[in-house]
Design a protein around this ligand. Structure first.
Ligand code: NAD
Ligand code: WQD
Length: 339
């Protein structure tokens, strides 16, 4: 089976491509490399010891997308490609609405034209807004606080309407919680450009000495230690969730939370990172970050029941694997020096 993975050179897409290849699928990646590199595509082939097909294209471009459908017999699409920086989306909403909405429209249009009826979409827990925890799939969605989140909520609505009007079209919407960690090889992982905005890559850059200290955004939330609580999920578990979703695709629209169901506070994550890697994370408490919610974790019973999927990796392995990847070049230098 040929699976078109848009954004397959990115953080979650690359780990999912590995999981797909290891499950026997042929992977065709379409990525414009705006937030990734060709090197990651090579690393996927190195890790799996299998070939894949790579198209460096923009998935907002109908002609490029249709060339893929014309030349490869696509069975299913997993649509990861998108811009994902919350702060940037506030500054440049047009780029976010254009890229994230048009890519979805162009892909679905090609699917309809080439009779491809299996579509999995990367959504986000951000669509729940400031709902009551744990977040369950049946909740009414509250408005998100930024254009990025709106593009996810809008894409969900677009895909739902299309699936309703075309009963042969199967759509699965996957709402990810907070992906962290990296492949155990240390060859691929989360490699954001510039100063990271997410907690785990910020921690690894502090520990590497690239940034002075972690700023903990607020310790006056109504949580156990006052810091924000999130549901961190290992990216390899998240990747396995995509294979399960693909294998359970059925007519209509199905929505699943992909998380662990457990909340971890910022200070708990800092402590876990220190213990897992025997290293200190300097931090200071600062003001709350605008737009943050106190607590967010998933109800994961639906994914367990219907997809037969659950996470396997704990916070310790998330911290160890994140650090192994972030520290990869140091390892190379050590190897060259015979250490
Ligand atoms: P990423 O930036 O690492 O990967 C996205 C990939 O899409 C990149 O390789 C980028 O080059 C590519 N891309 C972007 N626009 C494109 C376009 N128009 N044409 C072709 N390629 C394009 O991000 P990620 O963390 O792997 O996220 C993957 C998906 O999951 C995104 O849709 C993101 O919004 C969603 N998501 C991510 C998180 C998270 O915290 N990482 C959480 C929830 C949802
Ligand atoms: C986690 C916790 C912060 C950085 C974002 C997006 C969401 C989704 C995942 C794509 C919070 C605290 C963080 C720092 C800190 N992405 N923190 N110091 O905000 O839960 O979710 O990424 O869909 O849409 O909004 O993740 O990693 O930024 O923050 O104290 O330097 O860490 O306040 O409590 P968030 P995050």
């Amino acid at each position: 089976m040929n699976i078109l993975v848009t954004g397959g050179a990115g953080y979650i897409g690359s780990h999912t491509s590995i999981a797909l290849i290891e499950s026997g699928y042929n992977v065709i990646i379409a990525d414009n490399l705006c937030n990734s590199s060709r090197k990651t595509v090579e690393q996927i082939m190195k890790i799996t010891n299998k070939e894949l097909t790579f198209f460096q294209i923009d998935v907002t471009d109908p002609e490029s997308v249709e060339t893929i459908f014309e030349n490869c017999e696509i069975d299913s699409v997993i649509h990861f490609a998108g811009l994902k920086a919350v702060g940037e989306s506030v500054v440049n909403p047009l780029a976010y609405y254009y890229n994230n909405i048009v890519s979805t429209l162009v892909l679905v249009n090609a699917c309809r034209k080439y009779d491809v009826n299996r579509f999995v979409f990367s959504s986000s827990a951000t669509v729940y807004g400031n709902n009551k925890i744990p977040f369950t799939e049946s909740m009414d969605l509250l408005s998100t606080t930024n254009p990025y989140g709106e593009t996810k909520a809008m894409s969900e609505r677009i895909l739902t309407d299309i699936a309703k009007a075309n009963p042969d079209f199967s759509v699965t919407l996957l709402r990810y919680f907070n992906p962290v960690g990296a492949h155990e090889s240390g060859l691929i992982g989360d490699d954001p450009n510039g100063i990271p905005t997410n907690l785990m890559p910020y921690i690894t850059q502090v520990v590497k000495g690239k940034l002075k200290e972690l700023q903990v955004f607020g310790n006056d939330y109504p949580t156990s230690d006052g810091t924000g609580i999130r549901d961190y999920i290992h990216v390899v578990d998240l990747a396995a969730g995509h294979v399960a979703a693909l294998e359970n695709l059925s007519e209509g629209v199905h929505v699943y939370n992909l998380g662990t169901g457990k909340g971890t506070s910022v200070l708990e994550l800092v402590k876990a990172f220190e213990e897992a890697n025997d290293i200190r994370v300097p931090y200071k408490i600062v003001e709350r970050r605008h737009g943050d919610i106190a607590e967010c974790f998933a109800d994961v019973t639906k994914a367990k029941r219907e997809l037969g999927w659950a996470t396997k990796r704990d916070i310790k392995s998330m911290c160890q694997d994140s650090w192994r990847f972030a520290n990869r070049y140091k390892d190379k230098v050590a190897l060259r020096n015979g250490n």
